[in-house]
Design a protein around this ligand. Structure first.
Ligand SMILES: Cc1cc2nc3c(=O)[nH]c(=O)nc-3n(C[C@H](O)[C@H](O)[C@H](O)COP(=O)(O)OP(=O)(O)OC[C@H]3O[C@@H](n4cnc5c(N)ncnc54)[C@H](O)[C@@H]3O)c2cc1C
Length: 425
């Protein structure tokens, strides 16, 4: 694992040795993050022989490096989602935290789950209008939520930076690498084969299904699931061009003293705000402030790259502005053009689920369950999410520079707004 807060504080890593030799499997799953591991667990529990092949170790990708915020829903508000895809899809997206927390409970996964809600604070009055509309749409569907007037919000956040917001009580926080390791252990216990250090290098059709090759192992499988998200390579032509991988970046302080700790998100919620380049933050289980946002396009950033997130900390929580940082790290988020995750049937017996747009803790777990349903033989009409055709982006190579340019532009607009109000930007 690249160094990070989560790598330093996770439950002990189990060894999942490289696969060698010739094997048969019902389903091979490429990628050992939340999506692949959830698929493996659900398949194994249904009695299907599933084999996870992970290039590094379970949780190595975004799953072991994210903010650990278990957030319900997708980037689209429920009314819009429902008008495009129907009520079942809204239920699926909103039900992600229930699945995550129930798996944690069922398999006794030791990952410091705290389910006190996800707060979305608004940085200006325009954003407040948007989040209140969102809150009303979820309230209409019976979701346990609360609109937060400024006074109550300030109290829950421990900062007066925002104008108001809402809390969705379905959400919460986890130690993400421990959750990934727990999913891997549960899947292995249920009968799935889990193999690290096993990069899949070739995939080809065979009369009986698919041939999956790692260099050290050849597996004949009836079905294959690709669960590689922001780390998707060229295993299946065109798939990598359906997402734009961008880096999200996090920093963490040392454990804070008790008094300071009680002044930041004192009731244990996690938060992500409404700025164009959003800040997402929380305390970890040992009382560190963990702050995330956009950073440099680097796999392993250094302390020198932490300037903009440190300034976020000093604006929100000046009481910790001078505290030294203990960790900086980053990982790849997979963005899609329509801001929705995609579920594909790429060929007969070949499935992919990817493109979580930074919302994959809950949705990746849900996607794994849906991929397991498909690979397990369910009628696609019974899978509660749209199955779409793969659409590689035209001029894909230009998307990342474009995203970077837009990010710079957003940074300037966020800064102008913070200084002079929303009209300035
Ligand atoms: C810094 C950061 C912060 C984030 N914060 C949040 C958050 O707070 N809340 C939230 O909901 N979401 C968050 N996300 C998004 C979330 O982490 C991801 O959406 C989710 O982890 C995706 O899971 P996954 O299993 O699909 O992909 P990943 O966890 O990225 O796993 C893909 C795996 O595929 C493997 N792989 C790729 N190619 C091959 C191959 N050929 N052979 C074998 N293995 C292969 C990789 O090694 C990798 O381990 C964040 C992401 C990042 C990077």
């Amino acid at each position: 694992m690249p160094p990070s807060l989560w790598a330093a504080t996770a439950t002990t890593k189990k060894e999942y040795p490289r696969l060698q030799g010739v094997h048969l499997a019902d389903v091979v799953i490429v990628g050992g993050g939340f999506t692949g591991l959830s698929a493996a667990l659900h398949l194994a529990e249904a009695g299907t022989k599933a084999l996870v092949l992970e290039a590094h170790e379970p949780g190595w990708g975004a799953s072991g490096r994210n903010g650990g915020q278990v957030i319900p829903g997708l980037k689209y508000d429920p009314d819009e989602l429902e008008s495009h895809f129907g009520p079942e899809v809204v239920k699926t997206a909103g039900g992600g935290p229930d699945l995550v927390f129930s798996l944690i409970e069922k398999h006794a996964i030791d990952c410091h789950p705290v389910r006190k809600g996800w707060i979305q604070p608004a940085h200006d009055s325009k954003a407040l209008g948007t989040v209140l509309g969102r809150a009303a749409q979820w309230a209409k569907r019976g979701v346990d939520m609360e609109v937060l007037e400024k006074d109550r919000l300030d109290q829950l956040m421990g900062t007066g930076f925002y104008v108001g917001g809402w809390i969705d009580k379905r959400g919460g926080g986890i130690q993400p690498l421990s959750y990934a390791r727990g999913l891997a252990a549960a899947a292995a216990k249920a009968g799935a084969g889990i193999h690290g250090d096993s990069p899949v290098k070739a995939l080809s059709r065979a009369p009986a299904g698919w041939i999956v090759e790692t260099g050290d192992a050849t597996i004949t499988a009836q079905k294959v699931i690709l669960a590689t998200n922001g780390y998707t390579d060229h295993l299946w032509p065109g798939l990598a061009k359906t997402v734009v991988p961008i880096y999200s970046f996090q920093i963490a302080t040392r454990p804070l003293g008790d008094n300071v700790r009680r002044s930041i998100l004192p009731e244990g919620q996690v938060a992500s705000d409404t700025r164009r380049l959003l800040w997402y933050y929380r305390l970890d289980h040992q009382g560190r402030l963990v702050m995330g946002g956009r950073g440099p396009f680097k796999e392993t950033p250094g302390y020198d790259d932490a300037g903009s997130l440190k300034s976020a900390i000093s604006r929100l929580y000046p009481q910790v502005a001078e505290d030294p940082l203990e960790f900086v790290w980053a990982g790849k988020v997979a963005m899609t053009q329509d801001h929705l995750p995609h579920l594909h049937v790429l060929a007969d017996g070949l499935y992919a689920g990817l493109g979580f747009n930074g919302r994959g803790v809950a949705m990746g777990t849900v996607m794994g369950r849906m991929l397991a349903l498909l690979a397990g033989g369910a009628d696609p009409r019974d899978v509660p999410f749209p199955i779409t055709a793969m659409k590689p982006m035209a001029f894909h190579r230009l998307h990342r520079p474009a995203v970077m340019a837009i990010a710079e532009y957003y940074k300037i607009r966020d800064a102008l707004e913070a200084r002079f109000g929303s009209k300035a930007a």
